[in-house]
Design a protein around this ligand. Sequence first.
Ligand code: AMP
Ligand code: MG
Length: 315
Amino acid sequence: MSLNAPASAIDPKTVEDAAALLRAGQLCAFPTETVYGLGADATDSDAVLSIYEAKGRPRFNPLIIHCSDLAMAETLAEFSPLARTLAKAFWPGPLTLVLPKRTGVALSDITTAGLSSVALRVPAHPLALELIAVVGKPLAAPSANPSGRLSPTSASQVRLGFAGRVPVLDGGPCSAGVESTIISVAGDTLTQLRAGALSREEIEALVGQQVLDPAKDAAITAPGMLLSHYAPNALIRLNADAANPGEAMLGFGKVSGTINLSPSGDLHEAARNLFAMLNQLDETGIRAIAVAPIPLDGLGEAINDRLERAAAPRG
Ligand code: AMP
Ligand code: MG
């Protein structure tokens, strides 16, 4: 359970109460038209890490970032004319757009899992829209359930799932009850990364072009077009006790390195530093990075999962 979540949460009674929690770097579940989201300030790495801790999520998936309107979304991503057409037609609504991230935005790299793209949506729920506007920041929010359990469509399901330890802004039952449709917009190509509450047909009817399916359409061959995973340029060697010649070393705890994810062996600190430090070493142009062993408990599972993906043979 999250370090940032109290043993027994007091639910916010108003949007202002919920916004105060989120502004203070805490979690708060909130209603959307699809399912309840477990929200955190998307610009605050520690807050976003609390989402992983609370859900017990074994992977750093990039999270969907919820905005109050198109103007907020445009501060975070590059909108092509095609992307803007989709946003104007279907927002607020159950459509998530995966777009190129703007450079220099304040988003936490935990929110985007180190990727150069972002997944954005404007939810069609008055409380969600008001909450994001009052917080004044984009909110990262996966479904408000422990990892591996069903997505909650009411506040009481959220309370049950987290045994009352996560505060919930109650907005009644969700109208859609299934997740948002995720569409990646890359140049002129639209690809459906997840089927959801908005049908492919509705999207195709609006834009007059086919929405590709990664599972079926052989046309999608370019690597990196799909759910690309963060990978540094340098080769990664895991569970190393020391650097070999030509390697930089990413340390953890007592295993020291060129830099250290957390000299005190704190997994939350290590997770917060993971992408930034890998990038820092990668940007030196080094050919290989050795990484100290990271224990598998708590956030360690997600850190190891991400490192294993970064170390996997490249296609
Ligand atoms: P959840 O957080 O459970 O609602 O799931 C969010 C979904 O959005 C996951 O399937 C992610 O892989 C996907 N997603 C989020 N950001 C990106 C991105 N930048 N590129 C591709 N997929 C993304
Ligand atoms: Mg989910």
